[in-house]
Ligand binder design. Sequence first.
Ligand code: HEM
Length: 137
Amino acid sequence: MTQVGGQEPASYDTLGGGPFFEHFTRRFYEGVAADPVLAAMYPEHDMAGAERRLRMFLEQYWGGPTTYSDERGHPRLRMRHAPFAIDPEARDRWLACAASAWQQACDAHAVAAAPAKEFWDYLHSAAFAMVNTLPRM
Ligand code: HEM
């Protein structure tokens, strides 16, 4: 992780620990449920499970508890997303949900600007990397 402007790099702790990740994923999935394209892709009867999987993954990625891999093994995110047709539209809808959740969670947990930006940059580039389908014509 790179250090920005001499400030603390992003980590589980500098982002606000468990409460930050809970807040982010709760808001994120509220956005997913309200988006017709995304809602159709996610498991209708297991949104709480999906929310938990994303939270555990992000917590682990940023140096928090390793519950994700303890329960689910290696993340292999591209492979796990292969069953879903993720085109640029789905990516942008996902990012819109993420942007709103990110803003709210960073404000609520008073996350400093540098780790907040680092977290966002990660979500943005990871979302671009998850695209596996050409745009609809
Ligand atoms: C680009 C748009 C994306 C779409 C449309 C999308 C869609 C989905 C869907 C439909 C699922 C299945 C829900 C479940 O049952 O867990 C899923 C799972 C998951 N996604 Fe995404 N995703 C996207 C991007 C991302 C990104 C950028 C990340 C990480 C930063 C991510 C992390 C995860 C994780 C950790 C899981 C659970 C994997 C597992 O353990 O089964 N996704 N995603």
